[in-house]
Design a protein around this ligand. Structure first.
Ligand code: HEM
Length: 476
């Protein structure tokens, strides 16, 4: 398909889409789009997009001149990489502002560039070993807490467990010495915020549903206030006492832009920290919860993973330096994030008229891109619905297009925390596999809940069964 090179004035007008089959031709297009698209979309957004892409092809009109789903590989590359300056986060992301403020996730243009330069160094590899130590310590304590479940063969809510763990890790990595006495309140505030910051809020953008229901909104606002106060208090204290202890707050507080020498204002720093508390928690927790679910469903994969973990770690906790050897574990996580990418959708607004896949995209139109859809397209993936970690073996990955798989997005706005997230997921999955086999009921098959992160629509009930590592054996 032609992308970018054709002039918008000679490009074709509208790609096919669900409106073509919708009837109600007497109604205005916008209303037709709402009737034809929104009811099914709201039932199961990821699956609706996947089915729509399979039916209508690489460019789909969801609302004429206003919203398109792009699954054309060149089109995605064009939006995320080649012509990324024409595709800003824009209004779609305004809904995140009450929570993330002017943090990296939601800003655009020169503000984004400056912030990204300031924040990026905090995620460099040299800081990973310190973060890994915290991950191991917190994970060990969670696994100890599982012992009563294992001894009673009792099921627990795997996602609830891991969300508390990832939050503890994030808070310790950010605010190492500032948490005494505030952890509980902070945890509740963050969970309240993320619970109420879901797709329903985003849909307000197309002015169909109302803002959060009143009571939920109150809890959300209270959560944001608590977070704001805590974070600003920490920043103030750190500045006053010139504290630099190497945690994430310090790395950001004392960061200087190499080009301009500027640092972040308190307001910017507060918003970056709040952004990370949201962007870096549910996503990692969902990646781990889905991995546990899929391992429990596929005993042959779980056994290979256990064999590798036992052989590489020989019964000790993982160190940062062990991670490269956990190659099968890595493939399992990549395959989980293929089927259940936590960042399952994102959107951009066109700044100027453009062409994607031979079709005209008007300025201000919304372009939707979904890793969930791309990761399951039968034209890109053999046996796309099958859980098969070995599809990520080098020899089976050759020739796979870059934009067939992008759980952390791609181009300049790809996830800043991708390496940390992979490290954390690997450590937690490996450590859990050392001590427990996790099982799910045979007929357990959760549906999807499309929040900002792709989560299960029910608790992931896992029963831990204690195991002893097999030492001295060889990995697969
Ligand atoms: C498995 C875990 C994670 C997944 C799947 C994930 C996925 C993504 C995706 C898809 C985007 C692009 C979103 C868009 O363009 O709208 C993104 C951006 C971002 N992520 Fe992550 N993320 C993860 C973990 C983290 C962590 C641990 C952090 C930080 C602590 C983080 C911080 C961010 C930030 C700040 C951005 C915005 C970057 C920018 O626009 O410059 N993420 N992430």
């Amino acid at each position: 398909m032609v992308t970018g090179s054709t002039s918008p004035s000679t490009a074709r007008a509208e790609p096919p889409g669900p409106l073509d089959d919708a009837g109600y031709n007497f109604l205005p297009p916008r209303l037709r789009a709402q009737l034809a698209v929104l009811p099914s979309l709201m039932r199961n957004p990821p699956e609706y997009f996947a089915q729509t892409a399979r039916r209508y092809g690489g460019m789909v009109t969801l609302s004429p001149k206003r919203a398109y789903l792009v699954t054309d590989l060149d089109g995605i590359k064009h939006v995320l990489q080649d012509n990324h300056t024409n595709y800003i986060k824009g209004p779609w992301y305004q809904v995140l502002r009450p929570l993330m403020g002017d943090g990296l996730f939601s800003i655009d243009g020169d503000d984004w560039k400056r912030q990204r330069r300031l924040v990026q160094p905090a995620f460099q590899r040299k800081h990973h070993a310190r973060m890994a130590g915290i991950m191991v310590d917190s994970t060990s304590r969670m696994l100890d807490r599982w012992e009563p479940y294992a001894s009673r063969a009792e099921a627990m809510d795997g996602r609830a467990e891991v969300i508390l763990l990832t939050l503890e890790i994030l808070l310790r990595n950010m605010f190492s010495g500032d948490l005494t006495g505030s952890e509980e309140v902070l945890r509740e505030s963050i969970l309240d915020c993320s619970r109420h910051m879901d797709l329903v809020g985003a849909v307000k953008l197309v002015k169909v549903l109302t803002w959060f229901r009143f009571a939920k909104r109150r809890r959300f606002e209270r959560g944001v206030r608590t977070l704001d106060q805590f974070v600003l208090h920490v920043i103030e204290e750190r500045r006053r006492n010139q504290i630099d202890n190497g945690d994430l707050v310090s790395l950001l507080l004392w960061a200087r832009d190499e080009q301009t020498g500027e640092s972040m204002s308190d307001h910017q720093l507060r918003d970056e920290l709040k952004t990370m508390l949201q962007a870096g928690n549910d996503t990692v927790a969902d990646a781990i919860a889905w991995t546990w679910y899929l391992l429990a469903k596929h005993p042959e994969v779980r056994e290979r993973l256990e064999l590798e973990v036992d052989s590489v770690l020989q019964g000790r906790p993982p160190g940062f330096e062990d991670l490269p050897a956990l190659v099968y574990t890595q493939r399992v996580i990549m395959e989980t994030m293929r089927l259940y990418p936590p960042g399952w959708v994102f959107a951009r607004s066109a700044v100027k008229d453009d062409v994607i896949g031979g079709y005209r995209i008007a300025a201000d139109a919304l372009v939707i891109i979904s890793p969930y859809v791309m990761h399951r397209l039968p034209s890109l993936w053999e046996d796309a619905e099958k859980f098969d970690p070995d599809r990520f073996l080098a020899e089976r990955s050759q020739g796979r297009p870059r934009f067939a798989y992008f759980p952390f997005s791609a181009g300049p706005r790809q996830c800043i925390g991708a390496d940390v997230a992979m490290m954390e997921t690997k450590m937690i999955v490996a450590m859990a596999a050392q001590r427990y086999r996790l099982s799910v009921p045979a007929d357990f098959s959760p549906g999807l809940k499309a929040r900002i992160s792709l989560t299960a629509d029910c608790a992931i009930t896992l029963t831990p069964i204690a195991r002893q590592p097999h030492l001295g054996c060889c990995s697969s």
